[in-house]
Ligand binder design. Structure first.
Ligand code: ATR
Length: 275
């Protein structure tokens, strides 16, 4: 792993629970090696009732940055010195940076989504449909709106879609079934449908050629939705790119440097392989 850990080696990590499936340490440690940064990244399994104590400990230990994942992204906002406007708008923190012993929360998930989609298409003026209305949807909708796309939110439970649309400025709402009647350039799945199963949130007939389809689900890498989209003639973006780009932005925040994306993507892939 890391060549040599010394008294000067910086410590970063991720707090989540449970912690057995995260690929973040693999991505970040690979980036540190490539960038020549003297740091290590560790996954901390922190139960909800221990979160506040864990953050105090992290501050005392001089940890530089912590990523925040399930189930802490909302509750963590109660334990920080500062939460920036982006994280407030999205309603979740996924990154804490420790500066002068002060805990600053922000959210890089939206940049992860935007930069991942931008691999295939610019966003300004595009018509985007977001499937789902949970935490991932909020970050994606924020990112799309911030980049000048027009957004419709479709969800199994329409009331949740309405709430997300109102709070984040999406123009349309509806049920998942409404996709068949919509014209769109970009489709993003943020529901959990397809996670480790051969299912799709929408039937293949409603997928459009010349569109860009991204799935926030990254296991399997080629979800049923992405397979169907490719068969329909759409361009696809795998969910892993959202994770790679949000991690790259975290690295940029505390190192000030651009992260090596391909190295991180390769580390992400390798971490998903069975031993
Ligand atoms: P996250 O924060 O990861 O986005 P979440 O808040 O639990 O997770 O949201 C999960 C999303 O997947 C929701 O949009 C949910 O739809 P509802 O709001 O109607 O619950 C959607 N979802 C989960 N299972 C689904 C299913 N079987 N069919 C359609 N949508 C589903």
């Amino acid at each position: 792993m890391t060549a040599s850990i010394t008294a000067n080696t910086a410590l970063c990590g991720i707090v989540l629970h449970p912690a057995d499936h995260t690929r973040s340490p693999a991505m970040h440690n690979a980036a540190f090696r490539e960038m020549g940064i003297d740091a290590v990244y560790h996954a901390f399994d922190v139960a909800p009732e221990d979160l506040e104590t864990a953050l105090q400990g992290a501050r005392a230990l001089g940890i530089r940055q912590l990523a925040v994942s399930i189930p802490h992204k909302l509750d963590v906002m109660n334990h920080l010195d500062e939460v920036d406007d982006v994280a407030l708008a999205i309603g979740a923190v996924n990154t804490i940076t420790f500066e002068d012993a002060s805990l600053r929360g922000t959210n890089t998930d939206w940049q992860g989504a935007v930069r991942a989609i931008e691999r295939e298409t610019p966003l300004e003026g595009q018509r985007a449909v977001v499937l789902g209305a949970g935490g991932a949807a909020r970050a994606v909708v924020y990112g799309l709106r911030n980049s000048g796309a027009h957004v419709t939110v479709l969800n199994r439970t329409v009331e949740r879609a309405e709430r997300v649309a109102t709070q984040l400025g999406a123009e349309g709402v509806g049920k998942l079934e409404d996709l068949s009647g919509l014209s769109y350039d970009i489709l993003v799945n943020t529901t959990s449908v397809g996670l480790n199963s051969d299912t799709s949130p929408v039937p293949s007939e409603v997928l459009r050629p010349n569109s860009v389809v991204m799935d926030a689900v990254y296991e399997p890498e080629q979800t049923r939705l992405l397979e169907d989209a490719r068969a329909a003639g759409a361009r696809i973006v795998e969910g892993k790119w959202m994770l790679v780009y949000q991690a790259a932005e975290q690295l940029r925040i505390w190192t000030g440097q651009e992260a090596p994306l391909e190295t991180m993507a390769a580390a992400f892939d390798a971490a998903g392989q069975p031993d």
